[in-house]
Design a protein around this ligand. Structure first.
Ligand code: NAG
Ligand code: NAG
Length: 453
């Protein structure tokens, strides 16, 4: 399966904690970032071994919890995280700044500026366009352009940007303030029509925001399940939403409809998670995981769909080896909380949106682009998510991937379709076969290390 979201998670070694604290201070108090000595750049690795991880050594094996008494599941349906999130946003100068800019210049202009910043960083490094870079790396005599060789198999739908949290690293910049950007009913219906007309689609991957908070979510899931009993349906879940008021039946709903859950859990330490996401986020996430386990999720032989977790670093480094980190997560979560899950996916952070901003403000964008390009791994080219995913925005626009969606790089932009194709312009997603894929200077993220998919 493909994982496309830069859901950030982090299990931190001491140096990372320090780097992260600075980040958190910015988050919670709107302070200016000063560069931490602990994240000063190591000399660029000269060995070709992949990946070199960048500035921070991730000493996953050293993180251990000491917990004497067993953890008890405590549900929190009585109160919402939204109020707390709103308070935090109110006090976050950088967030307010971004909101202002969004209002004054608009998302398109902001994406353009962001693109320029990446370009400048790459220019400084002497790195050409992504396509020229590929041509050199792959030692190809011809220009390398990415095309869809087959009809898409994964339909990813972003229901909207509304969320009960507002994580600083969120690449879609979701928050409780994004109430406008939600999928209207006619778009949902058209997606269902196209799903019916596109037998190549094997997976419906629903994302947001916290998609579950809009009633379209349950409608989409129920209808899709009805249309295609064999379809794999994925809910990209932030976990805390399972504990929001009025969502006490959500776990059962997901299970009844055989929905696989892919959730981000930053770490297995309460201290680290709360630092990153605000107080109470960890407790809520743990309560949600226990509720999922109680319903059978993550338990072997329960017949439940899988419960998978996602880790990706917060900071200018690559995630550690997936296999090792998964083993560690399994051990710590089981021993300390009695939590079971199926797989852990580690993902590279994409240098876009809030994360790009974060890097830029700290003067680390160039280092990060450098890290990505020097960890180019041609094996990732076998299974880039854009080869088989079609990504739909809340407004019905069609994109090659979720990142292009966030940057507004639509599919099929021409004189007629200025803003690109929408779900109302096609009869089937299969018609995307053989189309060229839009790449740009963020694509280095998907070809670095173990990839972002
Ligand atoms: C869900 O999205 C629709 C369409 O934008 C919107 O009208 C509705 O208010 C949303 N529902 C919730 C609960 O946010
Ligand atoms: C903090 C967190 O876990 N956020 C997740 C909330 O759910 C969305 C689902 O689309 C994920 O993308 C986020 O990573």
């Amino acid at each position: 399966m493909r994982l496309s979201l830069a859901v950030a998670g982090i299990c931190m070694a001491a140096t990372e904690v320090q780097a992260f604290q600075i980040f958190h201070e910015r988050l919670s108090r709107g302070r200016t970032i000063t560069r931490s000595a602990s994240v000063e750049k190591e000399a660029a690795s000269s060995t070709p071994d992949l990946p070199d991880y960048g500035k921070t050594s991730v000493e996953v094996d050293k993180i251990r919890l000491t917990r004497a008494k067993p953890w008890r599941r405590e549900d929190l349906f009585g109160n919402t995280l939204i109020d707390q999130t709103m308070d935090e946003l109110q006090n976050d100068a950088e967030f307010q700044d971004t909101e202002q800019r969004l209002k004054s210049v608009g998302a398109a202009q902001m994406s353009k500026e962001e693109r320029l910043k990446r370009r400048r960083a790459l220019d400084d490094l002497g790195i050409p366009s992504f396509e020229d870079f590929l041509q050199t790396q792959l030692q190809s005599t011809d220009k390398v352009t990415l095309t869809r060789k087959k009809a898409p198999t994964v339909l990813q739908i972003n229901i909207g940007l509304y969320c009960n949290q507002a994580c600083a690293h969120c690449h879609v910049e979701s928050s409780p303030l994004r109430t406008e950007e939600q999928m209207a009913n006619d778009v949902v219906l058209q997606c269902l029509e196209l799903l019916k007309a596109s037998p190549s689609i094997q997976t419906l991957d629903i994302t947001g925001g916290a998609p579950e908070l809009n009633q379209s979510f349950r409608y989409l899931v129920t209808m899709a399940r009805d249309l295609r009993p064999d379809l794999e349906i994925i809910d990209r879940c932030n976990l805390t939403v399972l504990q929001e008021p009025g969502q006490d039946d959500l776990v059962d709903f997901l299970k009844e409809n055989n929905v696989r859950i892919v959730a981000s859990l930053p770490c297995y330490s309460a201290e680290n998670v709360n630092k990153q996401r605000g107080n109470g986020v960890f407790e809520r996430s743990i309560a949600a995981l226990l509720a999922l386990n109680d319903a059978g999720y993550g338990r072997p032989d329960s017949g439940s769909p899988p419960l998978d977790l996602v880790y990706n670093p917060l900071g200018a480094f690559l995630p550690p080896e997936q296999v090792k980190l998964e083993a560690k997560y399994k051990e710590e979560l089981d021993e300390n909380f009695g939590i079971l899950f199926n797989s852990l996916f580690t993902m590279t952070n994409m240098p876009i949106k809030r994360f790009a901003d974060f890097l830029y403000r700290r003067g680390e964008l160039k280092d990060y682009m450098d890290l990505l390009q020097r960890n180019f791994n041609k094996d990732t080219m076998k299974s880039l998510m854009c080869f088989d995913t079609v990504s739909i925005g809340y407004d019905g626009k069609i994109f090659d991937c979720d990142f292009n969606q966030q940057l507004g790089y639509g599919v099929g932009v021409d004189e007629i379709h200025q803003g690109g194709l929408s779900v109302f312009d096609v009869d089937s997603f299969e018609s995307l076969q053989d189309q060229a894929i839009r790449t740009d200077n963020h694509c280095f993220g998907c070809t670095a290390g173990m990839g972002s998919s």
